[in-house]
Design a binder for this molecule. Sequence first.
Ligand SMILES: Cc1cc2nc3c(=O)[nH]c(=O)nc-3n(C[C@H](O)[C@H](O)[C@H](O)COP(=O)(O)OP(=O)(O)OC[C@H]3O[C@@H](n4cnc5c(N)ncnc54)[C@H](O)[C@@H]3O)c2cc1C
Length: 393
Amino acid sequence: MHRYDVAIIGAGSAGSLAAAMLGRAGYSTCLVDPLARANPEFRAEKLEHAHIEALSEAGFLDQVAQAGRRYDTIWVARQGHLVEKRPSVEYGMDYAAMVDAMRDMVPDTVTFVNDKVVDAQLGEAGSSLVLGDNSTIEARLVVAATGLNASLLTALGIGRRTAAKCHSISIGFDVKPVGRDRFDFDSLTYFGEHPRHRVAYFTIFPMPTRLRGNLFVYRDKGDPWLGRFREDPVTLLHECMPRLRRLTGEFEVLDMPKLRPVDLVNAVDYERPGLVLIGDAWSTADPVSGTGASKAMVDAVRLCADHVPGWLAADSIPAARIAEFYANERKRASDAHSRSVSLNARRLALETGPAWTAYRWLRFAGSRGRGLMTDLFKPKPSDGGAARPQWQP
Ligand SMILES: Cc1cc2nc3c(=O)[nH]c(=O)nc-3n(C[C@H](O)[C@H](O)[C@H](O)COP(=O)(O)OP(=O)(O)OC[C@H]3O[C@@H](n4cnc5c(N)ncnc54)[C@H](O)[C@@H]3O)c2cc1C
């Protein structure tokens, strides 16, 4: 039997970042996950502003960013028109590469336990975890970063409430322009042209070794459109975004598209002594919002920076102390932002009433205005500002 200050269950983005921070701070920590390296699957594929901010605060941005492909201009199209060439640093990378980069930041002083937690006895003076091989781990604080896998939390009597079933469907695939080496842009974000197309947006961006396309749509799981998309993605992409070709030219889809419907889910009845939930184990985000992984990282950073030191300095960790984390102002702001973008993006894409139509045109005008200002104040080569070379595959 091993006794730790902190046992983290789940080595995804939330758990790995927490383990890296607590290990670096010198807490005796173990990280438990059945997979020695992250499972390659279609999940978050970009580090955007909020991810970059959280990783930067944690002090791990440079290491994680190395696993990705940096780009720093995003072409934004609304209502089928290019409205903005937005300067913004982002990184394209597979989710597994992102998680493995975080796992690689975990110091050797943290014990990695290659197993699954199947049960737990929780208490404010210390908890005991039962592993798949029947061995046990003792820890003063247990962090559940188990993602979408609800089996352990269900065994502990913690529920999950579905706020929206199949809120959106994410579709991921590799793309390549036809007859050219590259697109005219580094990255493109193309919002749905009209509610009847049921498109939130389509984005093309570079990954370290390939170009990637992510399409986010609002459709039922059983919609035959999804089957047709799998069979002929290029035709369907142009059908649901009729003006897309003006910006992309001809392109091909290189692999079988991966389709992932996503529910919005929150943990309920989660108050337990000695146990805190972070990341998707606490609540999920709509991939359209691009906030699930950043929210998980904010959880890890706030937990480790603002709460764990105080909790471990006390003799016990009752549920009332854990509640301080759930009430953390910056965590709550991150949760609220994620949920409101998740809900509003759907309405922005689908609502047909005059108010939402007007709002869409307002967003169009706002982006266009920003785009014009950016163009106006962009350094010219004659001012000493050199044109940045475009990304090449
Ligand atoms: C298709 C799709 C696209 C997305 N796109 C974006 C995006 O563009 N931007 C964004 O920010 N977010 C996006 N997200 C959301 C984002 O991927 C998740 O919010 C984020 O990965 C959650 O991280 P996590 O650490 O909480 O969970 P995970 O990364 O799922 O990690 C959970 C870990 O827990 C382990 N585990 C589970 N149960 C146990 C157990 N009993 N014992 C031990 N280990 C256990 C698992 O093996 C896993 O390693 C997307 C999600 C999907 C599905």
